[in-house]
Design a protein around this ligand. Structure first.
Ligand SMILES: Nc1ncnc2c1ncn2[C@@H]1O[C@H](COP(=O)(O)OP(=O)(O)OP(=O)(O)O)[C@@H](O)[C@H]1O
Length: 287
């Protein structure tokens, strides 16, 4: 992905496997959000390809997401949340989740004609949408706040509501941009548990959902990821299990800064001092 003269992401290739949590990490400015924006259609990559392949979509043939408009990417099964929360703050929590189902609801009812003619299909589809919204409110511990304006919810609750809204589109792939940002340790733990439930299909949709996660909280990343992809200066420098990645000298150097890693920090101190490897000593470590 090139922005004028700046090559923000170059030659990055990785796979977010079905039913897995794949995390994208790297120092500030490494290119994580740019990759995310290419996957979710906010940017059209200036080169390369983003392919979605699942039996449920196009008979299992790869779908070229990089050629689709944003709303078609959602329809293909990719949902996202934002680094800066983007809820409809004046609408209730429940209404936010109904908006997410607008497309499915309209399609199920003949694009509004059913509603105008008072056909029975519309109330049925609407009731199903409300049921789904309430199930996600319950799964994210927000049922009691269903009728409160989203903007009046505490910060952590708004983050959970964003995830619930994304899940109401019934995605195959959920893309989360720093969902733990600003959460306290207890909320981060609850978030990690929620993501594991979403991945395994225990949560309301009842089907495993793949997750692509950008996160600076290394405690969360190292605890729940099946695979970690590390970017630095727009290039991939590591790709593997959490254990392999946190022991990788290239990753440690990227987080510490080359000079510090080479000159000041003996290997042991380097490992303990980096946000990445800091998480190796136990859950809860934060970059
Ligand atoms: N729309 C844009 N126009 C120009 N440059 C951009 C644009 N978006 C990102 N960049 C540049 O691309 C590079 C990668 O930025 P990106 O936001 O993807 O990094 P990041 O890894 O997500 O960083 P952070 O962890 O700080 O969110 C940076 O140099 C950034 O300034």
């Amino acid at each position: 992905m090139r922005f004028g003269g700046l090559l923000a992401v170059a030659g990055v290739s990785f796979e977010a496997a079905r039913g897995a949590i794949t995390s994208l990490i790297g120092p500030n400015g490494a290119g994580k959000t740019t990759v995310f924006n290419c996957v979710t259609g906010f940017y059209r990559p200036t080169g390369g390809a983003v392919l979605l392949q699942a039996p449920e979509v196009a008979g299992g043939a790869p779908v070229a997401l990089h050629r689709l408009a944003g709303h078609r990417i959602v329809r293909a099964g990719v949902a996202r949340t934002f680094q800066n929360i983007r809820l409809f703050s004046g609408m209730t929590a429940l209404e936010n989740l109904l908006v997410a189902q607008h497309n499915a609801l309209m399609a199920a009812t003949g694009w509004g004609i059913g509603a105008v003619l008072g056909l029975v299909r519309y109330p049925r589809a609407e009731a199903a949408a409300i049921d789904r919204a309430r199930a996600w409110l319950a799964a994210t511990n927000l049922l009691e706040r269903a009728d409160d304006p989203a903007g009046a919810l505490p910060y952590g609750a708004q983050r959970r509501l964003e995830i619930a809204r994304a899940m109401c589109t019934d995605p195959l792939l959920l893309c989360l941009d720093e969902p733990a940002a600003g959460l306290n340790p207890r909320e981060s733990d609850q978030l990690a548990a929620l993501l594991l439930r979403i991945r395994s299909g225990e949560a309301p949709n009842g089907a495993p959902c793949s997750i692509l996660l950008i996160e600076h909280d290394m405690g969360v990343v190292m605890r729940i990821s099946d695979r970690v992809v590390v970017l630095d200066h727009g290039r991939k420098i590591a790709d593997g299990t959490p254990a392999a990645v946190r022991a990788d000298p290239k990753v440690i150097a990227a987080y510490l800064g080359e000079e510090e890693a080479d000159e000041d920090a003996p290997a042991e101190a380097g490992v303990a001092g980096s946000g990445v490897a800091g998480a190796a000593s136990g859950p809860g470590g934060t970059a």
